[in-house]
Write a protein that binds this ligand. Structure first.
Ligand code: SF4
Ligand code: SF4
Length: 672
């Protein structure tokens, strides 16, 4: 009666026979025993069987519609089983191609069965200290309503003609916010001209004398009705900060409704994990990579010395920083990127194994979940070769994950970006440009990655059917099956290596758009003095020296285009060139500049660069300290050790001669 995937008991239900599930075929695809069961009303009439079935085993429940029913039953019976729910109804079996959706259903169940690591949590405490900020009756009303449940302070930035409330149950001050920082439970506000309300004010609110200095105040929550620019970047993503236009009464009521419940302890995932050792932001006070700083919409990332630090409290979890981080110093945790690659491998591997062809991975998150459900409910349903998968946060997808999906055999990767703000697609658009350039460079047919834009389910459906059809008509490429292990860079190169097997590697590097994390370093040899400052600063070991001679060589595969070498080079001899060189030679260092060493004229030891020493000699020959002093000139041609020895062996013109022997009282006594 049972079927298990990865030691999890599978509960498959055809939702009152509304899905035409072919038990025999599905059983084979799932490697189930002959008597494996498909339920019809698992959430109601067959709930008893579910209750018996979960004892002592974790479960995959192929239903998202009645998730709460299964959860509350598990709570009622104190079950320790872990459940995962997966939608095979709207996403697969409902619709005109539902009967052919067996491989997709098998893939979805297999993908759901994979264990994913859970992130740590970040905790924030709110005691309900609330700041209401703005002017006019609207702030008085809001403060009055909130004060029944919260500890409210009203800060009025302009009190013109405001009627003083009688016996207010909240504090009233005048002043202007000029600084703001912090997060839910710990907002810090800098107020200019803070002044207390005059209790004797009669017909209009007035204030006492203003503070002469900036006053710092702390709150747990803020309701900003000032109608001015937001106090925080990414204001709509900062927990505990509510900014509403003062002329929007419905939205104000919604904010009040939410605010009164924001007392207590709140937590959220620690969305970003950080390995600071891998960060290539800076070295020696020079700034290199700033990709995460440039992409964070909530200004939650700060540079600290050579690395960056993510404020986990204000981080809203879009994951763009991790998506663009070239080294994997920042990783998204919901799920972790290596888990994401494993899931894609499992989904696509199982789909092919079950006999599916021309799959399209449709990656989405909460932003588009409802719109995609509507395709299954009201439209034609999904094409049978389109596999929808919730990736947690689509803006967090990195090149490693997208390339894994492509090389594991997704004919196209479709990113459902319909509702995401334009500025939050910056990272994904960058990846798309890079992938388009690579596709063109390898002369691969069609687009590998497509954005599914818009929100209208019928338009989305139309686009999906077009893509599904074009995938069916396109040439099937060999797919990779290997795990994506190692660092982010390793995972990416495993995919690149696969691409070199299915496409002809071009003779020249593929040019990539600016900012791409792959590329060459160009060195102007006429400027380079082989001082090796670039070698010592390169955090990735992409620039190398040679212990036997003055030489700089370059390992292109390791270069993340952080630019630290460029900004460090004292001769401005370095420039960067974003490109992808897939030839195997790129995996070996190549010499960028080299010279013969200069041999010390005293001991013969090689100690410097020939041209630099000779240039120095030429320059200093006419200098007053060296002119007519061949010994001093020769010293420039000596190694460090010989220079010191030589200096003290030569007769010095300013030497004071040998010092007289110190005479003691005994000497004087002897002299008589
Ligand atoms: S993107 Fe990565 S390597 Fe670059 S500064 Fe941010 S954490 Fe450091
Ligand atoms: S060689 Fe590449 S990785 Fe190394 S410092 Fe230069 S740009 Fe950065």
């Amino acid at each position: 009666m049972t079927c298990e995937i990865a030691d999890k008991r599978l509960f498959l239900c055809d939702c009152s026979k509304s899905m035409r599930l072919d038990k025999e075929k599905l059983g084979k695809m799932l490697h189930a025993t002959e008597d494996f069961n498909i339920y019809h009303q698992l959430c109601s009439k067959e709930l008893g069987e579910f209750e018996n079935g979960i004892s002592g085993s974790d479960a995959i429940i192929a239903c998202t519609q009645e998730e709460s029913v299964f959860r509350s039953l598990a709570e009622d019976i104190n079950s320790n089983s872990k459940f995962v729910h997966i939608n095979i109804r709207e996403h697969a079996a409902w619709g005109e191609q539902g009967e052919n959706a067996g491989p997709k259903i098998t893939a979805l169940l297999e993908g759901a069965a994979l264990e994913v690591a859970l992130p740590d949590r970040v905790t924030m405490n709110s005691g309900g200290r609330t700041l209401v900020y703005g002017r006019g009756d609207v702030v008085l009303d809001a403060a009055r309503q909130l004060a029944n449940r919260l500890d409210v302070t009203l800060l009025i930035d302009q009190a013109d003609n405001m009627f003083p409330p009688s016996a207010p149950n909240f504090k009233i001050f005048g002043g202007r916010i000029v600084e703001s920082s912090g997060h839910l439970g710990d907002f810090h506000i800098g107020v200019q001209d803070l002044s207390a309300k005059d209790p004797s004010a009669r017909s209009t609110i007035s204030f006492g004398p203003s503070a002469t200095e900036l006053t710092n105040l702390q709150f747990d929550l803020i309701l900003d009705l000032a109608g001015a620019p937001p106090l925080f970047e990414g204001d709509d993503r900062r927990d505990g900060y509510f900014r509403v236009e003062p002329g929007a009464p419905v939205k104000i009521q919604q904010a009040l409704f939410e605010l009164v419940d924001m007392v207590g302890t709140f937590d959220k995932p620690r969305y970003i994990s950080q390995e600071q050792d891998l960060c290539v932001h800076g070295r020696n006070r020079q700034v290199g990579c700033t990709r995460c700083l440039d992409h964070c919409p909530t200004a939650s990332i700060m540079p600290i010395d050579n690395v960056v630090s993510v404020n986990e409290y204000t981080c809203a979890g879009c994951g763009q920083c991790a998506s663009v981080c070239p080294t994997g110093s920042l990783s998204y945790t919901v799920p972790f990127p290596s888990n994401q690659c494993d899931v894609f491998r499992s989904l696509l591997g199982k789909y092919y194994e079950a006999g599916g062809r021309d799959p399209i991975l449709l990656l989405y998150d909460d932003n588009m979940a409802e719109e995609l459900l509507a395709i299954g409910r009201f439209g034609r349903g999904f094409p049978s070769n389109v596999i929808p998968w919730d990736v947690g946060r689509i803006t967090a997808l990195g090149l490693d994950a997208i390339l894994a999906a492509i090389t594991y055999g997704s004919s196209k990767v479709v990113l459902a970006t319909g509702q995401i703000k334009f500025e939050e697609l910056h990272a994904l658009r960058g990846h798309l440009e890079i992938l388009e350039a690579i596709n063109a460079g390898l002369q691969l047919e069609g687009e590998a990655v497509v954005f599914l834009e818009g929100r209208d389910p019928s338009q989305l459906e139309k686009k999906l059917y077009q893509l599904a059809e074009s995938a069916r008509n396109s040439e099937q490429k060999a797919r990779d099956k290997g795990l994506r292990i190692g660092s982010k860079r390793d995972r990416i190169w495993l995919s690149f290596n696969h691409l070199t097997k299915i496409a002809e590697v071009p003779e020249n590097p593929i040019p990539l758009p600016g900012g791409a994390p792959f590329g060459a370093v160009r060195l102007d040899e006429s400027k380079c003095t082989l001082c090796l400052a670039c070698v010592s600063v390169c955090p990735e070991g992409a620039l190398l020296d040679n212990e036997h001679k003055p030489q700089v060589s370059f390992l292109e595969k390791a270069c993340v285009q952080c630019g630290l070498c460029r900004v460090t080079c004292p001769e401005s001899a370095i420039s960067l060139e974003p490109q992808l060189d897939l030839r195997s030679a790129v995996q070996q260092p190549r010499v960028l500049a080299e010279e013969e060493p200069f041999d010390c004229v005293r001991c013969g030891k090689p100690f410097g660069v020939r041209s630099s020493v000779e240039k120095m000699v030429d320059k200093l020959r006419e200098h007053s300290m060296f002119k007519g002093n061949p010994g001093a000139i020769d010293r420039i041609r000596m190694c460090e050790d010989c220079r010191v020895v030589d200096q003290f062996s030569e007769k010095q013109p300013f030497a004071v001669g040998s010092r007289p022997i110190t005479r003691t009282s005994e000497d004087y006594n002897e002299d008589g």
